[in-house]
Design a protein around this ligand. Structure first.
Ligand code: MEV
Length: 316
């Protein structure tokens, strides 16, 4: 069917927030994705119908940002939406919550669907650029890590710079993770601004933390490539500690992280902007994945069971 596009959800395994300052990060697309459909609309307007399942208040909180994001994308693509009369419908199996790449996935899905509808034939790089523009509507000046994972799929080394470094990380086999949702909608812009403020006040302390975060990414990449998941888990735990130190964890995130670890997860940490939103636990094997997900659900929180390192499309 013409006028359709998808964007993957994502889980940041290492270095959210640090990535904003040019420290390398590791991110994986997950199988859950958002689908966008573009059709002609009888009114001379750009109509959006959002049928995605979402954490309560998520859509209401993000409504203004979503409008800004959409307007930025159509402008970047030189589409006169109100003249054409367009309806965009969002659906798919990615549950909207903070930290799981819902905004990026929707931007990528919309960019792909519009490109398809208007026969623009945009390359993945061009889709990624449009989606980045859309992400600016949600996050101000995002690093670009989310839309990159959402566009290309697979497991990715991402480093922001004048030219971003985007490299595929190959794993022997995908590995199971559990994503746990605190149910709290978080404000990524505020979380990023808070880090900047504290970093400026405590440059020396933050330099130490940032240096360690950088080291961790290199160690983590080696461990992921060799399939040393005990080591990956240890490094995730350490990464969570660094994220706590820069002030972006929360009581609920720390609680879910400890539930997962107590249940035998190899490692667990917050994922995404923090201050609510989601955490991830590394749970190699279906059995451990099930145990950890059950333990989190028993506490009254939702989970997603998926894998990281699968190439859903993927970059070469
Ligand atoms: C949000 O998913 C990731 C952050 O690092 C922000 C960004 O990279 O733009 C918190």
């Amino acid at each position: 069917m013409k006028g359709r596009g998808i964007g993957f959800g994502k889980a940041i395994l290492f270095n959210e927030h640090f990535v904003v300052y040019g420290i390398p990060s590791i991110v994986s697309a997950i199988g859950n994705h958002t689908v966008a459909k573009v059709e002609q609309w009888e009114e001379a307007e750009l109509k959006l119908e959002d049928n995605r399942k979402a954490t309560p208040k998520y859509k209401e909180d993000k409504l203004e940002q979503q409008k800004d994001s959409l307007n930025r994308m159509v402008k970047k693509m030189n589409i006169n939406a109100s003249k054409n009369g367009l309806k965009i419908t969002l659906e798919g199996n990615l549950y909207c919550a903070s930290g799981i790449g819902a905004s990026a996935a929707s931007c990528v899905a919309i960019a792909r669907a519009l490109s398809d509808y208007f026969d623009m034939n945009l390359s993945d790089d061009e889709i990624n650029d449009v989606a980045y523009e859309g992400e600016m509507g949600y996050h101000g000046t995002p690093s670009g890590v989310d839309n990159t994972a959402s566009t290309f799929g697979g497991l990715i080394w991402f480093q922001k710079g004048e030219n971003n470094i985007i490299e595929k990380i190959s794993m022997r086999n995908p590995v199971e993770i559990v994503i746990g949702n605190t149910g709290k909608v978080a404000d990524t812009v505020a979380a990023v601004a808070g880090v900047r403020e504290r970093k400026e006040k405590n440059p020396e302390k933050y330099k130490e933390i940032f240096d360690r975060a950088e080291n961790i990414t290199y160690l983590a990449r080696d461990a992921l490539q060799t399939g040393d998941f005990k080591e990956v888990g240890k490094l995730m735990n350490e990464n969570h500690k660094l994220l706590q130190q820069i002030g972006v964890s929360s009581r609920e995130l720390d609680f879910l992280v400890s539930v997962a670890r107590d249940q035998g997860a190899f490692g667990a940490k917050l994922t995404g902007g923090g201050l609510g939103g989601n955490m991830i636990a590394l749970t190699p094997g279906k059995e451990l994945q099930e145990d950890v997900a059950n333990a989190i659900e028993k506490e009254g929180y939702q989970t997603v069971k998926t894998v990281v390192g699968a190439s859903y499309g993927g970059i070469e």
